[in-house]
Ligand binder design. Structure first.
Ligand code: MN
Ligand code: MN
Length: 304
């Protein structure tokens, strides 16, 4: 997508970018309550889980987010400090600093490869067929915003530069690259139809492992393939931001991360006005402002 700096277009891009970033945080906060629960357990405890209420295995205060959002913010700050470029070493250092701040949760692959980075100073993890968790995909949003308007190959390369700090794996790459391009399509106004035609269909045709039909994916694990299957089903079977997020988190499993990924995608597609006011109100105000502000700065950097 080519972007110009016409102020009307810039305002629209910024609004959708904010919606994607707030969507990520809302999905994370909503899903964290039911992370690692089964759909049956969720039903018996909440009926349908549809409010941001905290709790869950992390015993979160209502409105707080987890690693999905805070790693994204750390990555975005590193990109902004590098004048909009995605530099592996700067990303690795930012993630390392993030880990030192004792986050409420952290994935095993992220921890292992950041500990290895501390020892070696090498910001790229070795390739591994086992490192196919969703940890690189969940934090890809700032790369999508910073590279808006660049060619597809450049976007994919920037995605891999951040991903490979912790996840050097072909399935993780395919998912994270897809998400960045799909968010860009959404922010550009392509709608659900555009995202489906130009992003979802090519993904599944090129990487059949991500085929998300016909089986309904419940209890999606942290394996990026199951995560993305659940997200795509929820996105394509619903018609609004709120329905999409409620659908995906009530599947249980890695629900904060499916919520976060569905939230960034659905936010970019449905826009700022589609975000439920009661959820925005429930979100921690400092986090709400940090996400919106970083979205604006990243888009501004992409336009400049
Ligand atoms: Mn998390
Ligand atoms: Mn998770």
């Amino acid at each position: 997508m080519r972007i110009s700096s016409s102020s009307i277009q810039a305002a629209e891009l910024i609004s959708r970018a904010e919606a994607a970033y707030l969507g990520l945080a809302l999905g994370d906060a909503l899903g964290a309550t039911v992370e690692f629960m089964t759909p049956r357990e969720i039903r018996s405890q909440y009926g349908v889980h549809r409010e941001i209420r905290g709790g869950g295995w992390l015993r979160l205060k209502p409105g707080t987010v987890t690693d999905d959002t805070t790693m994204s913010l750390a990555l975005g700050e590193a990109i902004l400090a590098s004048d909009g470029r995605v530099e592996p070493l700067a990303c690795a250092q930012a993630f390392d600093q993030w880990m030192r701040r004792k986050p409420v949760d952290i994935g095993n692959t992220v921890r292992r490869n950041l500990v290895a980075f501390r020892r070696s100073g090498e910001p790229e993890a070795p390739p591994s067929e086992y490192d196919a968790g969703n940890g690189a995909a969940m934090r890809v949003l700032p790369v999508a915003l910073a590279t808006l308007g660049q060619g597809e190959d450049a976007v994919r390369a920037a995605v891999r530069a951040q991903s490979h700090v912790t996840h050097n794996n072909a399935d993780s790459d395919a998912a994270a690259e897809f998400l960045a391009l799909a968010v860009q399509e959404g922010i550009g106004g392509g709608g659900l139809r555009g995202v489906y035609r130009r992003c979802v269909r090519p993904l599944v045709e090129g990487h059949t492992i991500f085929a998300y039909r016909p089986r309904r994916r419940e209890n999606p694990s942290g394996w990026v393939v199951e995560t993305l299957q659940a997200v795509l089903q929820a996105l394509l079977d619903t018609g609004s931001f709120e329905e999409c997020l409620i659908d995906v988190v009530n599947r249980g499993g890695d629900a904060d991360t499916t919520g976060a990924i569905a939230g960034m995608l659905a936010g970019s597609i449905y826009g700022r006005d589609a975000l439920p006011p009661r959820w925005l109100k429930a979100l921690d105000p400092a986090m709400r402002e940090a996400c919106a502000e970083q979205a604006r700065r990243l888009i501004q950097a992409a336009i400049d």
